[in-house]
Structures are given as structure tokens and as C-alpha cells.
Design a protein around this ligand. Sequence first.
Ligand SMILES: NC(=O)c1ccc[n+]([C@@H]2O[C@H](COP(=O)([O-])OP(=O)(O)OC[C@H]3O[C@@H](n4cnc5c(N)ncnc54)[C@H](OP(=O)(O)O)[C@@H]3O)[C@@H](O)[C@H]2O)c1
Length: 304
Amino acid sequence: VGQAFARLLSKKQKAYPFRIVAIHTLRHGTAYESGEFGPTAGSIDEFLEKARPEIVCELTPLNPESGEPAITYIQKAFERGAHVVTANKGPIAFAFHDLEQSALQMGVQFRFESTCMDGAPVFNKVRNNLPGVSVLGFTGVLNSTSKVVLAALRRGATWEDGIREAQSMGIAEADPSYDLEGWDSAAKTAALANVLMDARTTPLQVERKGIAGVTPQQMQALAAERKTIALVSRGERLDHGVRLSVQPEILEETNLLGVIQGTSNLLLLHTDLMGTVGTVSIDPGVDQTAYGVFSDTVDIARSI
Ligand SMILES: NC(=O)c1ccc[n+]([C@@H]2O[C@H](COP(=O)([O-])OP(=O)(O)OC[C@H]3O[C@@H](n4cnc5c(N)ncnc54)[C@H](OP(=O)(O)O)[C@@H]3O)[C@@H](O)[C@H]2O)c1
């Protein structure tokens, strides 16, 4: 994502003259304005002190158990008065309100468009285009690996074939059970609820059932009845709190939620003033995730 973002900045340099002042990685080292990668900075404090960025783009891998070290990195950036964009859903799923509070205290902006739908507008759409709207709930199909595996089972292929296909597309986590047991969807569900429904939740509080019990025979029998299965994320606002779930659902094959395939994803927001409105993204890849980071960066630049 970082490399795709750098390419995008270079392509749009004329209209959007952002400057990369430094890059910090784990194994590739750290680069400052000279452009050469040298040894990795000793700490995030050392890096930020030397780099002095106005906007930090946090693009480290997801830690599905705690959201760290990204949460700490983001806090440190705020403490130094930098705005932050992240594509990492961990901090939003585990610590959104604390981070939002820190940003508010420091008078800086925090953006995270790429965390749930690979860059397609969700959070910025609500923020910028749906003033006064209250999100009462949402329904989404947000995990690519489960879609690829379910489609393979529907064709009569085995679980192993489906997982191999997702891995060859580069979309499955190193441990695919994270996708197939619904953890990826639960993290996105918690993130959406924290941001859009003011929930104070984590992925651990999402009622979660993965697709492990689905068999090729079941998928083919459903196909004969023009039905299918999708791993569906749902959020619902209750009088006190929210109800959040991720589970496989049997759907008519013409149901929008069942039609979405591969890396494509769909999210419907159920609102008080705008009824149900949605975002759909067809076959997004890393360039679209990078675009989400770019759109956040532009949104921040416009507000400062
Ligand atoms: N790929 C997608 O299409 C996509 C879609 C939506 C959201 N995202 C999210 O975007 C983020 C980045 O994804 P990616 O696919 O670009 O991951 P990636 O290929 O694994 O790259 C992660 C980068 O973070 C660096 N890094 C790892 N641990 C670090 C640490 N402790 N401190 C500093 N730097 C560290 C790595 O350094 P080295 O290069 O030196 O190892 C690498 O440059 C993830 O949170 C992911 O969930 C990705």
C-alpha cells in the first residue's frame, strides 16, 4: 500500500504537491529526505523527531489481537501535532474513541477511509455528504477470501482449492483461518460501529460465526435452488448500545449481498434521513487502497 501510495503521489504531483519527507519500515530501514534508506530508526519517537511530518500515513500490518504497535504510533504522531491517515483497521477496531479524543485534544485530524472497503468512500461520504444523518445500522459483505472460497465450493471445488485460489490472488491472510473464521469481518464490523454508530466495541464483542461449516455439497444443493451463501456483517443500533454480528447467511442468488464476488465488496448503511444508501466497489486492489489514503490526505489538506 505504501509503494502504491508513493506512485499515486508522484502521478498526481502537479495538482496535489504533497512531499514525502520520510519513510519508516521494519526491515527495509528508514529514509529521510536524502531519499536513501539507512538503518531503521531506533524508535518511533526518534523517527518522528527527525522527520517532523505534518501528516503521518500509518500503513503497518494489522495486529488482529490488539491493534498494536499502530495505536501507539498514531498516538505518538498526535502528540507531536501531526495529522494521521491510516489504512490499518486494527486501531479503528480496538481504540477509535481514544484516538479520536487525542486528535481532538491536539487539534489535529484523523482519517481511515481504506480500513473497511479498500478505499471506496464510506467514512468521508458520511462525514462530507450526509450531514445530520444518523446511521441506524449497516449490512455488508466485506471479506474477499470467504467470497472466493464460497464461489469455489459452489463450483464443486474443494476447500483447499478455494483457499489456494485466494492465496494466489494475494488476498488471503498468511493464516487464512483469520478470514474464514470471520475475524477480518468482525474487525471491520467493530470499526464501522465505532465510527458510524458511536459504539465502544472491539472485534471480540462481535457475535461471530465463520464459514468453516459450509460444504461443497451444501453450496451445490443451494445453487440448484438458485440460492447461495455469503458471510454477512450486520450492525444494528439498540436503545442501549449496538448489536453486531458476522455470520454466513443463505440468500437468493439475486440478492445484492450474494451477487458480490471476489475482492468486490458492498456496504449498505441504514439511516434515519437517507433511507438505505450504499457503497459498492468492484474488484478493488492495492491501488484503490492507496487512493483511499490519498483521498484522506487531500481531505486533511483541505481542512488545514
Ligand atoms: N493490501 C491491501 O490491499 C489492503 C487493503 C486494505 C487495507 N490494508 C491495510 O493496509 C496496511 C498495509 O498493508 P500492506 O498490504 O501494504 O502490508 P505489507 O505489505 O505487509 O507492508 C507493511 C509495511 O509496514 C512495515 N512495518 C511492519 N511492521 C512495522 C513496524 N513495527 N514498524 C514500522 N513499520 C513496520 C513493513 O516494513 P518492511 O517493508 O521493512 O517489512 C512494510 O513496509 C495493513 O494494515 C492492511 O491491513 C491493505
